[in-house]
Design a protein around this ligand. Structure first.
Ligand code: PEP
Ligand code: MN
Length: 338
């Protein structure tokens, strides 16, 4: 249930409304707009529904939310969220953000050189994994804290904020020392203890869709993070498993308009993992911008043939540079910039 206050309702009126809701044993999250306050009632609102909350001074409307998620719902914000990642804002603004970098951080030189390349081409946020979720325990697992240090060094040199994956809640304090945004990978989308832990972090969280998860599952996972108080969540479509096996995954671009209509959260598309084949990543990146993505996440490697992970899908610097003006043209065609 969402309670919308009248324009310029007084603080005392708002406090009385909140106190009344709490009397029913329910909790609230408050979102303040320019003139109205939106009070989101968390928990089963059955009890409160029976009471005439709508008649309380300062209340303009009481709207039942029938969806299983509340804090992620578009109605909760009554508009789209814009989320700061370091000095870059990502959201449904005119600008489409470009997140780029290698799959894994491999050395100080490697991450710095790729950071400089992608920045020059137009990227504004640097990505790179230091803790890698690999199918095989014998594959490269990431450089751990050294990788984080190299990422932070690349940020100092380039000014780009950095995003990196967290797999284990015990790593949070360490990652928080270095990163500007946490990534929850597809394989951990329903790791609920991890979701709760990052929900208590001050850092924004990019939540990737599990490859067998529905859009509703994805939003419910975001709800776990939001419920802990961290309102800075970005949703990321990165491809799902279908019966089609011509590509690594099937990039589900339906996700973009659907997530944007159901939630207020920014929607990021990762065409790299989505198709998994270098030669087709550019087409899917262009399609993602056309579909309304608020940001793209694209893997780039300067020597993909010796990359420690995901070399077959990384764009080379040349292909990446050549793609940027085409992305800009598509962004412009749909009323945005990049
Ligand atoms: C990645 O971003 O490198 C990654 C492992 O992504 P996903 O969790 O989507 O597979
Ligand atoms: Mn990868």
């Amino acid at each position: 249930m969402i309670i919308i206050t009248q324009p310029h309702a007084t603080e005392a009126q708002i406090e009385r409304i909140v106190a009344r809701v709490r009397e029913f044993g329910l909790d609230v999250q408050i979102s303040r707009g320019a003139s109205r306050v939106i009070i989101c009632v968390i928990g089963s609102a059955e009890l409160a529904k029976e009471k005439p909350l709508a008649a309380m001074p300062g209340v303009e409307a009481v709207i039942p939310v029938l969806k299983p998620y509340k804090l992620a719902a578009y109605e909760f914000r009554g508009g789209a969220s814009s989320i700061p990642i370091g000095n870059v804002k990502v959201g449904r603004t005119e600008h489409v953000a470009l997140i780029s970098g290698p799959c894994s951080v491999e050395s100080q030189e490697q991450i710095l050189s790729i950071a400089q390349t992608v920045k020059k081409a137009g990227a504004t946020i640097l990505r790179g994994g230091a803790f890698k979720p690999r199918t095989s325990p014998y594959s490269f697992q990431g450089l751990g804290e050294d990788g984080l240090r190299f990422l932070a060094h690349a940020r100092e040199e380039t000014g780009m904020p950095v995003i990196t994956e967290i797999m284990d809640p015990r790593d949070l304090p360490t990652i928080e020392k270095y990163a500007d945004c946490l990534q929850i990978g597809a394989r951990n989308m329903q790791n609920f203890s991890l979701l709760k832990e990052v929900g208590r972090s001050r850092l924004p969280v990019l939540l990737k869709r599990g490859f067998s998860a529905t859009l509703n599952d994805l939003i419910m996972s975001a709800e776990y993070i939001l419920k802990e108080g961290n309102m800075n969540v970005l949703l990321c479509e990165r491809g799902i498993r279908t019966f089609e096996n011509a590509a690594r995954y099937t990039l589900d671009l339906n996700a973009v308009p659907i997530l944007k209509s159901r939630t207020h959260l920014p929607v990021v598309v990762d065409p790299t993992h989505g198709i998994g084949l270098r030669e087709f990543v550019p087409q899917m990146a262009l399609a993602a911008v056309a579909a309304g993505a608020d940001a793209l996440m694209i893997e780039v490697h300067d020597t993909p043939e010796i990359a420690k992970s995901d070399g077959e899908q990384a764009l080379t610097p040349d292909i990446f540079e050549e793609l940027i003006p085409r992305l800009r043209a598509v962004a412009q065609a749909v009323g945005r910039s990049l």
